[in-house]
Ligand binder design. Structure first.
Ligand code: CTP
Ligand code: CA
Length: 231
């Protein structure tokens, strides 16, 4: 037929993908979370499998079905994601951190449901920063492992987006950063995405636009080429 067979350029490779949003509990019934649907990360996990890779998906809160035929580890909090990611990373060639990780968690988690105060209108929550999983994985022993971060930025101007991405990859120490714009109506829970891939020097190495499925497949093609070239 005229349908091209999919590239199998990740055959013999292993890919670890994190997806979805972490949730930080306040009490047994409440959490601090974010609007990540997990769509882009799950699309990457599927595309990696289609390209022949062994895939592990660490899924935080997601709003779409999880793929079959891959190893899935479910997590809730950033601490659980850190533990799962540092355990799994050493047995993978490529790590893609597509998860939306909560930057802060409540300092204390109440054992009982927090009651509404009978006096006063304000409630102040004290938060503490979470560990940076991407930076932790990037600065750990690598053995040739490729590490890719994602950055969702609310900048509307493309130059601002890229400037923010360059600053971010310098801080994180990963090999590539996939930058995309988000806002109240773009990015999260949408089927389409536009991404710019920066390398560690901040240079633009790739740009892709389209469905999250096609964007996932396009960027995996870039990383498959890098893995092959590194041999
Ligand atoms: N990330 C992480 N651990 C964190 C926060 C973020 O591993 N505690 C990862 C995300 O999975 C993503 C990348 O870092 O791959 C960039 O996340 P982002 O939120 O854009 O970066 P931050 O450093 O948290 O900066 P800010 O939220 O202030 O823009
Ligand atoms: Ca953040």
């Amino acid at each position: 037929s005229g349908v091209p067979s999919p590239a199998r350029d990740l055959e013999g490779r292993s890919v670890l993908v994190t997806a979805g949003g972490t949730r930080e509990p306040l009490d047994p019934v409440r959490y601090i979370g974010n609007r990540s649907s997990g769509r882009q990360g799950i699309a990457i996990a599927r595309a990696a499998r289609a390209r022949g890779a062994r895939v592990t998906l660490i899924a935080a809160h997601v709003e779409v079905d999880l793929p079959t035929g891959i190893d899935v580890v479910r997590v809730e909090t950033t601490a659980e994601l850190l533990e799962a990611a540092t355990t799994a990373a050493p047995s993978h060639d490529l790590v893609i951190m597509a998860a939306a990780v909560a930057d802060y968690r409540p300092v204390t988690v109440s054992d009982d449901k927090i009651k509404k105060a009978s006096t006063g209108e304000h409630l102040t929550l004290e938060l503490v920063q979470n560990p940076d999983i991407l930076a932790t994985l990037s600065h750990a022993e690598r053995n040739g492992r490729l590490i890719v971060g994602f950055a969702a930025e609310t900048a509307t101007d493309r130059d601002d987006l890229i400037r923010l991405g360059r600053e971010k990859i310098a801080r994180k120490g990963c090999d590539f950063l996939v930058v995309n714009g988000v806002g109240w109506t773009t990015g999260f829970a949408q089927d389409d995405n536009t991404v710019t891939v920066l390398d560690a020097s901040g240079a633009i190495v790739f740009e892709a636009s389209g469905s999250k499925t096609s964007v996932a497949d396009d960027i995996l093609g870039v990383f498959a080429t890098v893995l092959t070239g590194a041999e």
